[in-house]
Design a protein around this ligand. Structure first.
Ligand SMILES: Nc1nc(=O)c2c([nH]1)NC[C@@H]1CN(c3ccc(C(=O)N[C@@H](CCC(=O)O)C(=O)O)cc3)C=[N+]21
Length: 297
């Protein structure tokens, strides 16, 4: 029997632990604060930002939300970041990606105070992660580590294949998988758009993490029996539904399920963990900035 991994359940479990940490902080007169900044007219981005704000509200984290019109100059975003860096009520800052083309992404990431960088995208935090001394692990790869641990999937000595080399998922995921200790020690291959014979790589994997942003590109014929399949894709494809689209992953679920030992669905797989780990990092940020100790799950 193939296990269909329930990301909502694992996410709720972590969120409960994070909520308990929030209570501890509030008891010490520290209310964790997360600022989200949206500079885009994209409907999907709006959905994700509002999901993050809703999660804050449920846990007791104070949410601050900023919207900047996509045609504003980059300076408007920079000065918003400067204000949030200086605001002691704000412990975490998330600038929703992608930003418009005329805004230099790297300058945005470097502008955020590394102590408030709860995405873990600032070069200082990327460097710490690679050095094995992470401050804030990027939310999606960290969430995937939690999924694997909760599902009882051992990584040590296993062959892991990460499909996709993004700064947000592929690269940090590979870094976590090769690190010493629990959730790491995997022999890790990173595949991407220029990989020759991808199927040969994925067929030899014990764990496949699909994060290329290409709808249903990994199917059952590319997998061996017994593989653990983690689907990071959240592609909106046109469909005759109420919303006018359907959410599909980077994995062809039905054919992959027939081969997999365990598989994450879309929606209800990795997505809820991304939000839970953002809350986790925000509470960690509030602890680091206030000096109040907490015990994170
Ligand atoms: N600076 C930054 N940090 C991010 O963490 C970030 C970002 N930019 N830009 C966009 C992506 C996307 N992202 C998602 C988080 C949760 C779900 C999620 O929970 N999805 C639900 C379904 C939601 C739906 O119905 O559309 C699920 O998979 O079950 C999806 C997508 C965070 N991102």
């Amino acid at each position: 029997m193939t296990t269909i991994i329930d990301g909502n359940e694992i996410g709720d479990q972590i969120t409960a632990g994070v909520a308990a940490c929030t209570d501890t902080l509030v008891g010490e007169a520290v209310t964790p604060g997360l600022a989200t900044v949206l500079m885009s007219d994209d409907g999907a981005s709006e959905t994700y930002v509002s999901m993050k704000q809703q999660a804050c509200e449920e846990i007791g984290i104070e949410g601050f939300h900023y919207e900047i019109s996509a045609d504003e100059p980059a300076e408007t975003l920079f000065s918003t970041i400067d204000e949030l860096n200086a605001d002691p009520a704000v412990h975490g800052i998330l600038v929703q990606m992608p930003v418009p083309d005329h805004v230099p992404k790297r300058d945005v990431l470097e502008r955020i105070d590394p102590m408030k960088d709860v995405d873990g995208f600032h070069p200082e935090n990327v460097g710490r992660l690679v050095a094995g001394n992470a401050r804030y692990k990027p939310c999606t790869p960290h969430g995937i580590q939690k999924i694997l641990a909760e599902t009882g999937v051992e990584t040590e000595g296993k062959d892991a294949v990460v499909v996709g080399r993004s700064d947000i998922v592929g690269k940090p995921m590979a870094n976590l998988l090769i690190q010493y200790g629990p959730g790491g020690n995997a022999t890790t291959t990173v595949c991407h758009s220029r990989t020759d014979d991808l199927a040969e790589k994925t067929r030899n994997a014990d764990i496949v993490i699909a994060a290329a942003g290409v709808p249903e590109m990994i199917d059952g014929s590319m997998l061996s029996a017994g593989t653990t399949v983690i689907d990071v894709g959240i592609n909106r494809v046109d469909a005759d539904t109420e919303k006018g689209y359907e959410l599909v992953g980077d994995v062809d679920f039905e054919s992959a399920k027939a081969k997999a030992d365990a598989i994450t669905p879309v929606p209800g797989g990795v997505g809820p963990l991304t939000i839970a780990m953002l809350m986790y990092n925000t509470v960690k940020a509030a602890s680091l900035q206030s000096g109040v100790d907490i015990s994170l799950p």
